[in-house]
Design a protein around this ligand. Structure first.
Ligand SMILES: [Zn+2]
Ligand SMILES: [Zn+2]
Length: 135
């Protein structure tokens, strides 16, 4: 058992991973999310503060949904999101498609690199060392 305090209501609950939020709160947040999502469809020109006030959620929570790419905004929305890397306007998430693509490439490269390359030079050194011992 891994007991933690829920980040939303403060009650102790059995933590199983992800966000430290208890099940009833997760359900409540999910209901809020559906409400906000529908609200944005009905009110595409609403700003962040207005959405938060009308739906009784925090702007922080809305921003988190944006980062999780769960909320999308149309181009006429006053909520203008910028790619955190290059500053291009985006509709959801933290980065534009281009930056996300190059980041995925960088990740693949660092994952692919280490193993095969390191082994060869080590073998050569061993051989050289053995020859030196033989003579
Ligand atoms: Zn809770
Ligand atoms: Zn970008």
């Amino acid at each position: 058992m891994n007991l933690r305090n829920c980040a939303r209501c403060g009650k102790m609950f059995n933590y199983i991973g992800g966000q430290p939020i208890c099940d009833p709160c997760k359900k409540a947040i999910e209901e809020d999310f559906q409400k906000v999502k529908q609200y944005i469809v009905d009110n595409p020109r609403a700003g962040l503060k207005q959405i938060a006030e009308d739906n009784q959620v925090t702007t922080k929570q809305i921003q988190q949904w944006i980062r999780e790419e769960r909320l999308m905004f149309t181009s006429d929305s006053p909520i203008q999101l910028q790619c955190e890397n290059c500053g291009q306007l985006i509709q959801t998430g933290r980065f534009c498609a281009k930056c996300k693509g190059s980041m995925a490439n960088n990740l693949n490269q660092t994952f692919a690199k280490p193993q095969p390359q390191i082994q060869q030079p080590v073998k050569k050194e061993q051989k050289a060392g053995m020859r030196f011992l033989d003579t």
